[in-house]
Every structure is written in structure tokens, then in C-alpha cells.
Unconditional design. Structure first.
Ligand SMILES: [Zn+2]
Ligand SMILES: [Zn+2]
Length: 246
């Protein structure tokens, strides 16, 4: 090939390439936002005790919260929050997250969703470590604040025992107040044969998916595992003593 022609061709190609690359230079990828709030994965969970949390999904601005870094910043705006917790798949779209205000039990990490705390030293505490005095005081205030309500529930339940309604955490606080007053509870489940899921947390001998008493084919209350058709529900009493042993 003629040398001049080759040179001319090459130059043409070079100019074309230069022009092309200048035009199509992709914009720089957005820089990841730097973490504005420090947080630390706790060596303990917050299960098996009383807690105070705030549902972050109910707060304005939650739509824009996508990552754990975002969540830390969002949760830090909740007054009194010491950290936050989220569904394990939060960053992949399962949008459940709570700011954590206090908890009375440093549980095993298996007893709750992962806990992230703003205070590094708190985060390093192992399961079983004593809770903060302020958390115990807040829990005590919560239970003693329900004594009047508990008294009314005991009176209203009469011979049948107290019937509790509401969220688990609301019922739990009321139940502790009722137990303090020596009250009894009405069964919340059914008297049934077969392995249920309900009583397996408080009745011994169960498997992860079925209760121990049902596996033995004994007819029982699927709330607390009691095999006595009459009588009261032991669920809250059993739960409280189980937690005290942990
Ligand atoms: Zn059962
Ligand atoms: Zn029961």
C-alpha cells in the first residue's frame, strides 16, 4: 500500500477515535455518599426482654433511605435513639427498620435482627452483659405505669382471667403488670391435638417447627402448652421465667 495513503488513513482513524472518545466519555459514576453517622454492629441482640423502638417506615423521608448508612443517619434523628435494627434483607428491598431507644436484655445475636449502635463501646458488649441502668428504669416505669390498667383488666376478666389484646409488646408490658398483681390469664389459643406452632416457645421438647406436647399427641392449649382443659393460661408466666433464666 502507498505509504502516504497509509499515513493519511491512520491519521483519519486517530482523529475519529479521539473525537469518538471525547464525545462518549461516560459521566463519572456518582461518588458513594460518605458515611455521616458512625455505627457499629453490636456483639449482642436486643431480644428476650423489654424494648422501646420506633418504626422508621412510618416516618417521613423513609422512602429515600436505601442503605444501612442512610438508615443510621435517619435513625439518629429519632430523639433518644441509641441505634437501629433492620430486616436482614433491608438493602435488597425488605423495608422493615426500627430505631432502638432502649432494651433490657443483651441477648444472643440469634434472638433478634442485627443491632447497630452509635456507641462503639456499647456495641462491643457481649450477650449477657448488664443492660444500661437507664433502660431498666425506663422498663420499670413502663410496667408500673400499667398497674392501674392491669387492675382494671383483672376486675373485668373475673373468673375467666385477664384477656389481653394488642401488639405483642403492649401485651407483654400489661402481662408483667398483671403478674405483679397476682392475676391470671385467659387462654388465647385453642384446646387442640397435634403439633402446633404456638406453644413451642414456652413448652419444652419442641422442634423449630412444632411443639413438644403436640408431638406427643397430647391434647393441649396451643398458646401455653397446658394439658388441663380448665385452668388458666401460663404463657406469660412461662415466658417471664424463661427469660429470667437466660
Ligand atoms: Zn403446642
Ligand atoms: Zn394458654
Amino acid at each position: 500500500m502507498n505509504r502516504l495513503l497509509t499515513l493519511g488513513l491512520l491519521t483519519g482513524i486517530l482523529i475519529a477515535v479521539a473525537g469518538y472518545s471525547q464525545q462518549s466519555n461516560p459521566p463519572l459514576p456518582p461518588q458513594p455518599k460518605s458515611r455521616t453517622v458512625d455505627y457499629f454492629r453490636a456483639s449482642h441482640g436486643y431480644g428476650d426482654g423489654l424494648t422501646e423502638v420506633v418504626d422508621l417506615s412510618q416516618r417521613e423521608g423513609f422512602q429515600a433511605v436505601k442503605t444501612l448508612d442512610d438508615l443510621a443517619e435517619f435513625a439518629s434523628k429519632v430523639q433518644g435513639a441509641v441505634g437501629f435494627t433492620a430486616h436482614p434483607n433491608f438493602e435488597r428491598g425488605t423495608r422493615h427498620a426500627h430505631a432502638v431507644l432502649w432494651y433490657t436484655k443483651l441477648s444472643s445475636t440469634r434472638s433478634s435482627w442485627a443491632l447497630h449502635l452509635f456507641d462503639k463501646q456499647e456495641a462491643q458488649k457481649p450477650p449477657g452483659h448488664a443492660p444500661k441502668a437507664a433502660a431498666l428504669a425506663a422498663a420499670e416505669a413502663k410496667v408500673s405505669g400499667k398497674m392501674d390498667a392491669a387492675e382494671k383488666l383483672i376486675a373485668a376478666g373475673g373468673k375467666n382471667g385477664v384477656k389481653l389484646e394488642g401488639s405483642f409488646s403492649e401485651c407483654e408490658v400489661l402481662a408483667l403488670a398483671v403478674l405483679r398483681l397476682g392475676g391470671s390469664f385467659e387462654h388465647q389459643g385453642k384446646f387442640t391435638t397435634g403439633a402446633c406452632v404456638g406453644c413451642r416457645t414456652v413448652a419444652p421438647g419442641g422442634t423449630p417447627s412444632a411443639c413438644g406436647i403436640g408431638v406427643q399427641k397430647k391434647t393441649h392449649w396451643n398458646c401455653c402448652g397446658s394439658t388441663n382443659e380448665g385452668g388458666y393460661c401460663n404463657f406469660w408466666k412461662l415466658l417471664a421465667s424463661q427469660r429470667a433464666d437466660k
